[in-house]
Design a protein around this ligand. Structure first.
Ligand SMILES: C[S@@+](CC[C@H](N)C(=O)[O-])C[C@H]1O[C@@H](n2cnc3c(N)ncnc32)[C@H](O)[C@@H]1O
Length: 194
């Protein structure tokens, strides 16, 4: 979907994904892993920045990116109000070069927001934005919809796309927003040595 499409969704307040809080699965992951080094994390398709602020509050050097200028503006304003240090900028994750390499990349409703035909581009972008030993933490939305966004996926597709490039460290059913309970799976991947 284009920048114009997503910007229009913000301009018309058609933001059905907006829950006013970070992914519960991410909140639980961060609370469960105080031992992780607080390195640099990328949150592509960050929307209004709830997940990025959760990483920043946990001490990570956090950068959020969104194709829609209004998403970046809202995320920046909310983060300033919260007194947190996450930074945001406009970028097309699928097509742009990363401004810097990242230790972590967090996926939450970007994979399901792009056209399914762009999923090969998504995997290429992930490998471009992550450091060679980077880690990929994903909350995947396992719905069956074909008339998205959101567009559905399956565990089989996730495995087929990511396992050639990443070792799976863990997989679990996370705590979810009430209307997504039972529809999410989390995957913690570490990039394979080249
Ligand atoms: C369904 S929303 C999810 C927002 C946020 N992750 C959340 O869960 O609240 C998808 C977001 O991805 C952004 N987006 C879509 N395509 C993108 C792309 N190619 N690069 C960066 N952001 C993109 C949209 O503007 C929108 O903010």
């Amino acid at each position: 979907m284009s920048q114009e499409y997503w910007e229009h969704r913000y301009q018309t307040n058609d933001m059905r994904w907006e829950k006013g809080a970070p992914s519960p699965g991410l909140v639980d992951f961060l609370a469960a892993h105080p031992e992780l080094p607080r390195t640099r994390v990328c949150v592509p398709g960050c929307g209004t920045g709830h997940d990025a602020r959760a990483f920043a509050a946990a001490g990570f050097d956090t950068r959020g990116f969104d194709i829609a200028p209004s998403g970046v503006k809202l995320a920046t304003e909310k983060t300033r109000t919260a007194g947190l240090a996450a930074q945001f900028q406009r970028a097309d994750f699928l097509r742009d070069q990363p401004p810097m390499p990242f230790d972590w990349l967090f996926e939450h409703t970007l994979f399901c927001a792009i056209q399914p035909a762009e999923r090969d581009d998504y995997v290429r972008a992930l490998l471009r934005w992550l450091k060679p030993d980077g880690q990929y933490l994903a909350v995947n939305y396992l719905i069956t919809d074909t008339d998205g966004p959101p567009f559905g996926t399956t565990r089989e597709e996730i495995w087929q796309r990511f396992s050639p490039h990443f070792d799976l460290l863990a997989e679990w059913v996370p705590r979810s927003y009430p209307n997504r309970t039972g529809l999410e799976l989390m995957f913690w991947w570490r990039r394979k040595a080249a």
